[in-house]
Design a protein around this ligand. Structure first.
Ligand code: ADP
Ligand code: MG
Length: 259
């Protein structure tokens, strides 16, 4: 088991934002986390990569309690593409990606040629070749997002955790990013906003609602008309696409129960 969460609660200002959350992500899996806005997806992911401090004995990566793992060991095990990245000082794109090699370098060790080559290779994979010497803060939202993915991949950890990684991207790059992730020999755990993208790439989906896990299963078991109605409050029709063989969701008009 690459990642497991056991009975995790998290309280923000007196509100239980996560309520007894348990889940597991097997090695090599591509697992999507879905659920309505505010259901606790980002809070859960932040507990996993320790932006928030989880309880002890609640989050395990490769069998180890994350609270027992020093930063460098953590960086060797898990890479992260978070949603908000407050970059305080500007750097060139190549340097930003080089930060991903942190776990692999000794104190005060210089950059190795292989490290730079690896960074260039992942920049190519995310469609950012030629941007190596651009300043990071001058990039568009989607370009930044792709650079952050390249940075996470150069870390070469066995697990990558992402929070809505395709949010700023146009449709071509949404698919490029998911395809790039799928190609790697890496376990993926990602919150995903677009349910058609989730059904296309994930082998397992975890559905959350109001701080709890409601259902876990294959995309066709979770992305159903019933759950769309119950959890998202939206009427839909779900069909198998004859070209991809994957399920596809169509949202129906007059479909919002609160409107
Ligand atoms: P999601 O990522 O699924 O949209 P979040 O995990 O960001 O949801 O938020 C879950 C809930 O916790 C929401 O109701 C949100 O308003 C609340 N929340 C998150 N962060 C804070 C915070 N810093 N202070 C108060 N409430 C918060
Ligand atoms: Mg979120």
């Amino acid at each position: 088991m690459q990642l497991s969460v056991k009975d995790l609660d998290y309280i923000i200002e007196g509100t239980k934002v996560l309520d007894a959350v348990s889940l597991c992500v097997e090695e090599g899996g591509f697992v999507g986390l879905i659920g309505p806005n505010g259901c606790g997806k980002s809070t859960l992911l932040k507990n996993i990569y320790k932006t928030y401090k989880p309880e002890r004995n609640a989050v395990f990566i490769s069998g180890k309690d994350v609270m027992e793992m020093p930063p460098k060991e953590m960086a060797g095990e898990v890479s992260v593409v978070a949603q908000e990245n407050n970059v305080e000082f500007d750097v060139e794109v190549l340097d930003m990606v080089m930060y991903g090699r942190y776990a692999h370098r000794r104190f005060l060790e210089g950059e190795k040629k292989e490290d730079i080559e690896l960074c260039r290779q992942f920049l190519r994979e995310v469609g950012m070749e030629g941007y190596e010497h651009r300043m990071y803060l001058s990039l568009s939202g989607g370009e930044k997002q792709r650079v952050l993915l390249a940075r996470a991949l150069t870390q070469q950890s066995r697990l990558i955790v992402l929070d809505e990684p395709t949010n700023h991207l146009d449709v071509r790059y949404q698919y490029l990013i998911m395809q790039t992730l799928k190609k790697q020999k890496i376990t993926v755990f990602s919150s995903i906003h677009d349910l058609n993208i989730a059904s296309m790439y994930c082998d397992k989906i975890i559905l959350m609602d109001r701080g709890r896990i409601v259902a876990v299963g294959r995309p066709e078991e979770i992305i159903t008309e019933k759950y769309m109605q119950e959890v998202f409050g939206v009427r839909s029709q779900i069909k198998v696409n004859e070209i991809t063989g994957k399920i596809q969701i169509y949202y129906l008009s007059d479909n919002c129960k609160d409107c």
